[in-house]
Design a protein around this ligand. Sequence first.
Ligand code: NDP
Length: 400
Amino acid sequence: MSRVLIIGAGGVASVTVKKCARLPQHFDEIFLASRTVSKCEALQQEVGEDRVKGVFALDADNAKEVEALINEVQPDLVINLALPYQDLPIMDACLATNTHYLDTANYEPKDVAKFEYSWQWAYQDKFKDAGIMALLGSGFDPGVTNVFTAYAAKHYFDEIHYLDIVDCNGGDHGQAFATNFNPEINIREITQRGKFWENGEWKETDPLSVREDVDYQNIGERASYLMFHEELESLVKHFPTLKRARFWMTFGEAYLNHLRVLEGIGMTSIEPIEFQGQQVVPLEFLKAVLPNPGSLAEGYVGMTCIGTYITGVKDGKEKTIFIYNNCEHAKCNEEVGAQAVSYTTGVPAMIGAALMLNGTWKEAGVWNMEQFDPDPFMDMLNEHGLPWHVLECDSSPFTK
Ligand code: NDP
């Protein structure tokens, strides 16, 4: 029998809850907790009380509160789908209660937009000694992109040398400006300086200053911008043969214009300001006025294409492959009432959890996705709504 406690009840969690609910063979009992309990109740109503057995209000910034809830629910695994700020308190609570842990985004301190695994990797010995496992970044990117890389290294190459992860959203939600996942986390990520790995060191670029026009499968050509993304850090550590590793994301002109204006007037700042006797963080206020990403699904047309271009050597010859998934917004809405960005994150979270619970991916310690055998995960992607394809290419599409 397996019991999971899912923390968070936003766009991603709603997909994971619905997917887990359909798989009683992996998830006998589901419990759901989040800051706003009414969101948990609404999800429970949708899915059924026979599948979501209990809902709770929880402030997951407070490790003691999480610990008390884990003691009450006694889950085998905690699936953290709240915000990156809550990763460490939830990991602390898992340690205190000897409970396995999974998340989809690396820890970030609230007061500084810094993306690195150091804080969570520091838990390695503690988790190992306690005999419990933490699986980090089981979303799409990070997550599936790490698994794609491991799959390529296992089946297609003797050595991998160049990695370009591409994330294209070719969809249109009809809003002037909206982000596809939590706006605060998303804007912190894309306004930071760009960073990529080359010849054994990190190189920095000005935010969104390096552009390539890439032709995406079933979408067409889109402007793609170099950014730092957290999976680069773990992938260059676990695949030391990589000479270069980069991450690219597509943005339309209208999106970038809005972002420039918002940045220019200080609305993306995370420095608190005094407003009418209150401390207000401009980015948190902006989040409150932007559309809720969970509400974008209705009428969202088009699809995503996310994948990894990998160049390396097989039998002495250089070759390049592209492993990717296309995910259609409207299909996700039809299936689980979500847009594709929530779907492509929520499904891998379910898959990572299922593999941990059935013992396929099970080892005490703190792990990134590429450290396990990619094959069972790749099979489950095909079975649960995220089919992937491998293209053998003449070369990578990048000119720089
Ligand atoms: P949402 O903002 O839609 O949902 C976040 C949920 O967490 C909300 O229900 C929120 O509650 C809850 N929450 C926030 N703070 C707390 C707290 N202190 N205690 C308890 N619950 C809290 O975000 P998304 O669903 O879009 O994203 C969820 C996670 O997925 C994020 O960490 C994001 O970075 C990650 N992600 C990963 C991707 C990947 O590919 N790896 C891609 C996209 C997202 P409330 O309703 O009260 O605000």
